[in-house]
Design a protein around this ligand. Structure first.
Ligand code: UFG
Length: 330
């Protein structure tokens, strides 16, 4: 049994990681400033309130709980916001990594699982994407995550840190037991917005239908948040076998277009969703799909819930119970 400090443990992916850690017999300690996370999502261990930029507070929490490893999720994650206000992305996501790395070094904690992103690849020339594809981010969010990876790689080389970078594709879905789910404010992601439209009868806009894809809409690789969480536990347990910073692409390995996701949400919810097509959203690459072979081979990871049907069903169940009035009106 390991104690694991989970920064961003009150957030969407971090809270699912806490549940997965507890399920595997480990002890998660959530560290979160609750600016975008939710205290009620911290259910599997203590919550330590604090900011990722507060190195002294981080050191105090590390000294108190003496974790065997850290999972670092605490970050901002809206692409459009990162374009409008890059300063807060470089501060929280890049400087935040440095603050954490220095706190870990000061307290002798030398194992790290880093939440990175397929956004570090930018607009790749070939898909599915392997981990050795060029990393050329096209927005400050992706750039801030790449900066984090680079700092961590240098700490691995110089100070003997053991670390993995988990590059997620499109995290989606909710805890199959219905205990936690996705609750962003504002919400900008495709599937929760479609579920909102299904629940409330609101209209939905597809951003662009003139991409070079089969139906003209963007294609993404949706991976269930519980599968992501499980991959983090497997990576944490494998850290000691890794010499260099190792990256893992976490996706289902297949893409779904925005029109396909719209159809699937209509089918699974039984709600008619009125949709129109609007202009492209700036910064959206046409296709992002993962080659998850390395994670499957080296971590023994198998995505079990990463089908559109399971993703939509778990997210819909969560939405109905967390906002029942809205959800039953659709
Ligand atoms: N979309 C619409 N209409 C909407 C919202 C989204 O058509 O109202 C489209 C987007 O244009 C995109 C697709 O749905 O084509 C998926 O968009 P999301 O916002 O759900 O997710 P992204 O693909 O933008 O996700 C990206 C990166 C992730 C990163 C994430 C951070 O792929 O690596 O942004 O929020 F983590």
């Amino acid at each position: 049994m390991a104690t694991v400090l989970v920064t961003g443990g009150a957030g969407y992916i971090g809270s699912h990681a806490c549940k997965a850690l507890a399920g595997a017999g480990h002890k998660p300690v959530a560290y979160d400033n609750l600016s975008r996370g939710h205290a009620q999502a911290v259910r599997w261990g203590p919550l330590e309130e604090g900011d990722i930029l507060d190195q002294a507070r981080l050191e105090a929490v590390l000294a108190r709980h003496r974790p065997d490893a850290v999972m670092h999720f605490a970050a901002l994650a809206y692409v459009a916001e990162s374009v409008a206000d890059p300063a807060i992305y470089y501060r929280n996501n890049a400087q935040g990594v440095l603050s954490l790395l220095e706190a870990m070094r000061a307290k002798g904690v030398d194992r790290l699982v880093f939440s990175s992103s397929c956004a570090t690849y930018g607009a790749p020339s070939t898909t599915p994407i392997r981990e050795d594809a060029p990393q050329a981010p096209i927005n400050p969010y992706g750039a801030s995550k790449l900066m984090g990876e680079r700092m961590i790689a240098d700490y691995v080389a110089a100070y003997g840190l053991r670390a993995v970078a988990m590059r997620y594709f499109n995290a989606a879905g909710a805890d199959p037991d219905g205990e936690i789910g996705e609750a962003h404010d504002p919400e900008t992601h495709l599937i929760p917005l479609l579920l909102d439209a299904a629940a409330t009868g609101g209209r939905f806009t597809i951003f662009g239908d003139d991409y070079p894809t089969a139906d003209g809409s963007c294609v993404r690789d949706y991976v269930h948040v519980a599968d992501l969480a499980h991959a983090h536990v497997l990576a944490c347990e494998r850290l000691d076998a890794l010499a260099d910073l190792t990256a893992y692409n976490l996706g289902a390995g297949q893409g779904a277009s925005n029109f396909e996701v719209l159809d699937a949400v209509r089918r699974r919810t039984g709600c008619a969703i009125e949709a129109d097509v609007g202009p492209r959203r700036p910064g959206d690459p046409a296709v992002l799909t993962a080659d998850p072979t390395r994670a499957m081979r080296e971590l023994g990871w198998t995505p079990r819930l990463s089908t559109l049907d399971d993703i939509i069903d778990t997210a819909w169940r969560w939405r109905k119970q967390s906002a029942p009035a809205a959800a039953t009106s659709g």
